[in-house]
Design a protein around this ligand. Structure first.
Ligand code: HEC
Length: 471
């Protein structure tokens, strides 16, 4: 029993029992900081347990009162780390008001979201535990005041929803959010926005690391997402594209302190399917743990489809299309012309006239084969890749009418390939090349009825317009 007495900090011994100050922070500095440190992370480099982010200061506030009144000893786990020390009782040194002030400081500092403590609670606890002569043990406390189970490693999570059309991650801090909500589930789910297209979400909260050490993170999104931990970028999924594309999904590492690490996840959705997936594990561990409603590489959630162009706008469909490569993206233009662009081949792939597409088969599930275009005759433009191997798909942007321009990056060059409705039955393609010196040869298609030229050569700084006539 003398063991913990040796741990008594000087400040305790010098304390004036008549101290009337009710300033929680000041009292904390006098009565707790010698062991738990003024930043709440545990004194002497974490040899003492932290109060910052501790599960012990969350949930029933009577637990904290009990610990201060009667002390605590023996094995305990705090933030995933084991301790086996002793904390002296302080019920005799501290008045009820002082305990209230200290705990209201501790419960609301360093990111803690513990409950407010009232004077009555301390008074009742003092009588209730008056006859107790020994220090508490952790198992005793857990029986009386079970810890609140944290559903995931994301605590104190809030979500802010933003509206806007983006193809890159916007500066959310410069935009006004629509609404902010608490997400007690600790789960990321893009459906919370209740929007199909053109929105963003920023989640903020704490990632509770079970111990000091290095952690792996895996992020994927449809469309863009960014993971920021302790103010540092850890993983990023750039631009527009689907879930499950290994060229887009992103992995990162972060060295974290046990307990709460501030986390921010930014997300934006353009058109079509939406979703985010985020997983974590201690470095070296095999099993990923998921912080999102989407497991990774899954089929997207409920696809949002427009089946016919409406209000003079171009419709978009982002599922598998029969006859196209897996990353085909379809557009129905309001002039009776439909297009599939292949993000694998970096080229327009199929053209057909008339009705756009019946997406019913893929309404809930993307896995059942390819969707045929609703047409008697489908014109194949390209079925292989023609650009050099260094060429990379950089996503697409949509103008106000929903017409796409695809962006392709070559060594030092940028190719933009835009499609817009012409007169009824025609599609206008505008191709621009910028940067570098290489002239590009761009195939246009093999069907002389649809396009008179088979290919066209394009010099840097130039743009060319091609018209495809279907009827
Ligand atoms: C003399 C050092 C010392 C002082 C002073 C001290 N504690 Fe502790 N505290 C400890 C130790 C050691 C433990 C862990 C005991 C164990 O291993 O079972 C602990 C555990 C705790 C816990 C539960 C575990 C955790 O980290 O959340 C809380 C809550 C707590 N202390 C709050 C306080 C508050 C509030 C004060 C000031 C009124 C205070 N302590 C003062 C040493 C101290």
């Amino acid at each position: 029993m003398t063991k913990f007495k040796l741990l008594l900090p000087l400040s305790l011994l010098l304390t004036n029992p008549n101290l009337r100050a009710q300033d929680g922070q000041q009292l904390y500095g006098l009565y707790c900081a010698a062991c738990h440190a003024s930043d709440g992370k545990g004194a002497t480099g974490g040899a003492f347990p932290p109060l910052a982010g501790s599960e012990w200061v969350h949930g029933d506030p009577k637990r904290s009162v009990a610990i201060i009144l009667k002390g605590l000893q023996g094995p305990i786990e705090v933030g995933g780390k084991a301790y086996n020390l002793a904390m002296p009782p302080q019920g005799d040194a501290l008045g009820d008001d002082q305990i209230v002030a200290i705990l209201n400081f501790v419960h609301k500092s360093w990111g803690n979201k513990g409950e407010a403590v009232k004077r009555d609670l301390v008074r009742i606890a003092r009588t209730e535990f008056a006859s107790r002569t020994t220090l508490w043990t952790a198992p005793e406390l857990l029986k009386l005041f079970p810890l609140e189970k944290q559903p995931t490693a994301l605590a104190n999570l809030t979500s802010s929803v933003y509206k806007g059309q983006w193809i890159y991650m916007p500066h959310f801090e410069k935009i006004q959010s629509e609404n902010v909500e608490e997400e007690h589930s600790g789960i990321l789910n893009t459906a919370l926005a209740a929007l199909k297209e053109d929105f963003g979400i920023v989640w903020q909260g704490d990632f509770i690391a079970p111990a000091n050490g290095e952690y792996d993170f895996m992020l994927d999104a449809d469309d863009g997402a960014k993971l920021i931990l302790n103010g540092k970028n850890v993983a990023e999924v750039k631009g527009i594209g689907p879930l499950g594309d290994k060229n887009r999904s992103s992995q990162g590492k972060a060295a974290l302190k046990a307990g709460a690490n501030p986390v921010r996840i930014e997300y934006f959705q353009g058109k079509g399917d939406q979703g985010i997936s985020l997983g974590w594990k201690p470095a070296g561990a095999k099993q990923w743990q998921w912080l999102s409603s989407n497991p990774p590489k899954s089929a997207p959630g409920s696809p949002s489809l427009i089946l016919t162009p409406m209000d003079g706008k171009t419709a978009i469909y982002r599922n598998f299309i029969e006859g196209s490569s897996p990353r085909g993206i379809s557009f129905g233009f309001p002039v009776g012309v439909n297009l599939v662009y292949s993000a694998d081949n970096l080229a327009p792939e199929l053209l057909w006239a008339g009705t756009f597409i019946d997406a019913g088969r893929h309404w809930t599930d993307r896995g059942q084969g390819f969707q045929p275009p609703l047409a008697e005759e489908v014109v194949k433009l390209t079925n292989q890749r023609f650009l050099p191997p260094t060429a990379r798909f950089k996503g697409y942007s949509l103008d106000a009418k929903g017409n796409p321009t695809f962006h392709i990056e070559l060594d030092r060059q940028l190719l933009s390939d835009g499609f817009a409705p012409g007169t009824t039955g025609t599609l206008v393609r505008t191709i621009k090349l910028s940067g570098g010196t290489s002239v590009l040869e761009i195939p246009l298609g093999d069907n002389p009825l649809v396009t008179p030229k088979k290919s066209i050569s394009l010099a840097p700084g130039k743009s060319v317009t091609v018209i495809y006539k279907l009827f």
